[in-house]
Design a protein around this ligand. Structure first.
Ligand code: BDP
Length: 721
């Protein structure tokens, strides 16, 4: 018994999580895996009645991780050690696969539990030899680990565990984070400090944080991580760095996480000494084949490559007159013998191309459908421009029948207030996933494209551009952790509801107090729409400041690249505002299936939230509300600032109901957010007013600064750019 106690004590120290228990202090390090002791006596006693002892069967690093987590989690939640047994007794929590536990095997009569697949789990209450027991099982050790996290979540969110009958498996195979981390530890569009990966001290020093990162990911089912920036540095493919990558892979492996790297297309030249990177040249093919072999000698379960090619200055196959398919296939063939995949990004556009930027990716990739190796996935951002507060779904979803298309969401809030504004992103993800593409008629939602069910894809995937850095609380804004959590939950179940995800997260991360839950839910669920309203309502997009993308810049024009200016997108003039993407304009509507082409293409039927995305609309156009467009625009901007003030008032009501540390942190950030929202609103309206020549209705508080003032705001040294 003594050894058991000390092993639990040891694991608590080892997990590095024992340091922030006090209820008025919480630095956010523990994320949603806080496991604070359950205060409600009757709930606690019920749980203790059901779980009196534990058996974990099996031997593997993953089972060890699962055992460590459940022992740590239960003892912390119960405030007392839960004994580890060898034989099933009353109140046993029995954990293992049918192979590792003969008792569990008995329930399946020797069969594997096929319905839950390779990564799923089943949790059920049952009887064994007259004893009431609870079983967590799966076909694989990683399924067990996921089941353990789910079980702990039930306790963390205070659900009944008396009559459990749960079966769950992921809806998507490849569930990844994309880190836009550079080797110098700066993070592109990262706002939460430096990169977690301490390249200078790897592989010798293993920061304990690597393991906590893996635990957090495994707890939401994320099973892959791309360590490096899409704007890639070939150095990471050299032996010096591969050794470091291998050390990280070793930490992540027990948690079911594979590592991936970004491949710089010109690597054969830069680190290989070749004179070309032409994908059809024999020596280039050989170089990549050898490179893959070398990588797998360091990391036997290396996941594969993520590639940004011929976009925003990155090299690619088109430098040699070759297609994206030829480029992707080169890398795909190199990693195929080792079961690696290639995620080839469709975020491809060029300012030399006169075509509407929103159309370019589709034009490039649609004709290549079916021309890719079967281990290539095309990674597509949710919308056709670039992670804007609101975009229609990308028309490539539904357009590629023979080539798997995977989702890329942005978790880091590049255009949504970075680490300063409170923005819960799951409603944005949900809106996109539930958009109907009509690819095969009604009911062809985006989630059915990416879970592979619409076209029977052989590989499926979803990636989130990470918001994680070395800030103590990982994500900068305390609430931004919810976006990491939500990405994982939606990757596991792309049909999950954003509100339910938020509720779970609040319960685990803040409190099970109903008032706290209700208040935080209201704040979180309104936050994305508020962010749209005070930045770019009614389908406006890309109106941010040059370079750092934080504040407003609707006036940005006459820059070297027109497609990086705001004027390119707002097309504001005296006749109206908005981008004509109908037949009379760029005809981007034609890239959607009917009836969307007609619906978006007709000013009368286009959803008003996307109106200015698809139409150039006269200032006095009558909206459904009866307002003119100008009045409606004013209304939306003012609604946005009102919503943020409402968020602020609600948050203030939480004082004393959650820990003071995070309460004050969010409170301070909301003050900045209110100020910024007003700046966005005033700056945009004053600028558009120079064309509409109409007054901001008197009922609204009038801007207290001039347009010139806002145009002179010059934010220096913002992180992430
Ligand atoms: C844009 C970012 C830029 C990224 C690019 C990408 O501003 O930093 O490199 O996307 O996704 O949103 O490649």
């Amino acid at each position: 018994m003594k050894t058991k106690i000390s092993s639990i004590a040891l694991s608590i120290i080892f997990l590095g999580l024992a340091d922030c228990k006090s209820s008025d202090k919480d630095d956010g390090y523990r994320l949603w895996l806080r496991y604070d002791q359950i205060e409600n006596e009757s709930v606690l006693n019920d749980y203790k009645q059901i779980i009196q002892n534990i058996i974990v069967t099996g031997e593997s690093p993953t089972i060890f991780a699962a055992r460590e987590e459940i022992l740590y989690g239960l003892s912390a939640l119960f405030g007392a050690e839960v004994p580890v047994n060898k034989e099933v007794k009353e109140g046993c929590l029995l954990i293992g696969t049918p192979e590792s536990s003969s008792v569990i095997n008995g329930y399946f009569k020797g069969d594997t539990i096929s319905a839950i697949g390779n990564e799923g789990y089943s949790i059920f209450s049952t009887q064994s030899e007259g004893y009431k027991i609870t079983v967590i099982t799966g076909n694989t050790d990683v399924g067990i680990l996921y089941g353990v996290f789910h079980f702990l979540k039930l306790l963390q969110t205070r659900q009944s565990i008396a009559e459990l009958n749960i079966a769950s498996k992921p809806g998507i195979q490849n569930r990844l984070l994309n880190h836009w981390d550079n080797l110098d530890r700066k993070v592109e569009r990262g706002y939460a400090g430096f990169s977690l990966w301490k390249w200078n001290t790897l592989p010798d020093y293993i920061d304990p944080r690597y393991k906590d990162y893996a635990r957090a990911n495994a707890s939401v089912g994320i099973n892959g991580t791309v360590l490096t920036n899409v704007n890639a540095n070939a150095q990471v493919l050299t032996p010096e760095y591969l050794e470091k990558v291998a050390a990280l892979a070793d930490v992540f492996r027990p948690y079911g996480i594979r590592v991936y790297l970004t491949a710089r297309f010109s690597a054969p030249i830069e680190i290989g000494g070749l004179r070309t990177a032409d994908p059809l040249q024999k020596n280039v093919i050989e170089w990549w084949n050898n490179k893959a072999k070398e990588i797998y000698s360091y990391i036997p379960d290396f996941g594969g490559f993520l590639v940004k090619a011929n976009s925003e200055g990155q090299p690619g196959p088109q430098n040699y007159g070759r297609s994206h398919a030829e480029g992707a296939n080169l890398l795909a063939r190199a990693v195929k013998p080792y079961n690696g995949i290639v995620m080839w990004r469709a975020f491809v556009y060029s300012n030399e191309e006169p075509e509407d930027r929103a159309k370019q990716a589709y034009n490039e990739f649609k004709p290549l459908d079916g021309k890719f190796e079967d281990n290539v996935l095309i990674q597509v951002k949710n919308g056709p421009i670039d992670f804007q507060p609101r975009e229609p779904f990308h028309p490539l979803f539904g357009a590629m029948e023979q080539t798997p298309v995977m989702m890329e969401f942005q978790v880091t809030q590049e255009y949504l207030g970075q680490d300063i504004h409170l923005t819960y992103l799951a409603p944005l993800y949900e809106e996109c996933l539930h958009s109907d593409t009509y690819a095969k008629g009604t009911g062809s939602e985006v989630f059915k494209v990416i879970n592979g069910s619409l076209f029977n894809y052989n590989e499926t995937g979803i990636a989130g551009v990470s918001n994680i850095g070395d800030d103590r609380n990982w994500c900068g804004h305390p609430i931004a952790q919810a976006n990491w959590y939500a990405l994982g939950q939606l990757a596991w179940d792309p049909e999950a509801a954003s509100q339910e995800i938020a509720e779970e997260w609040i319960r685990m991360t803040y409190s099970n107090n109903q008032e706290v839950i209700d208040t935080m839910l209201k704040i979180m669920m309104i936050s994305r729409e508020a962010g749209v309203n005070y930045r770019t309502p009614l389908g406006l997009h890309h109106q941010m400041a040059w370079h750092h993308h934080y504040g407003p810049g609707p006036w940005i024009k006459d820059k070297p690249r027109a497609d990086w200016t705001s004027a390119y997108y707002n097309k504001a003039d005296e006749t109206g505002i908005g981008f004509d993407r109908t037949k009379t304009g760029s005809n981007a509507v034609s890239q959607y299936f009917s009836p969307l082409t007609e619906l978006f293409g007709n000013i009368e039927t286009c959803p008003e939230e996307l109106l200015l995305w698809f139409h150039h609309v006269p200032w006095n156009y009558k909206m459904k509300s009866g307002n003119t467009l100008w009045e409606e625009l004013c209304m939306k901007y003012y609604q946005g600032t009102d919503q943020v003030r409402e968020m602020q008032t609600k948050w203030n009501s939480l004082e004393g109901k959650i820990d003071d540390e995070r309460f004050k942190h969010v409170q301070s950030l909301l003050k900045i957010q209110v100020r910024d929202a007003i700046e966005w609103r005033n700056a945009c309206l004053l600028y558009y007013q120079t064309f509409s020549k109409m007054p901001i209705p008197e009922k609204y508080e009038q801007p207290d600064q001039t347009l010139e003032y806002y145009m002179k705001v010059d934010r220096k040294y913002l992180p992430g750019s």
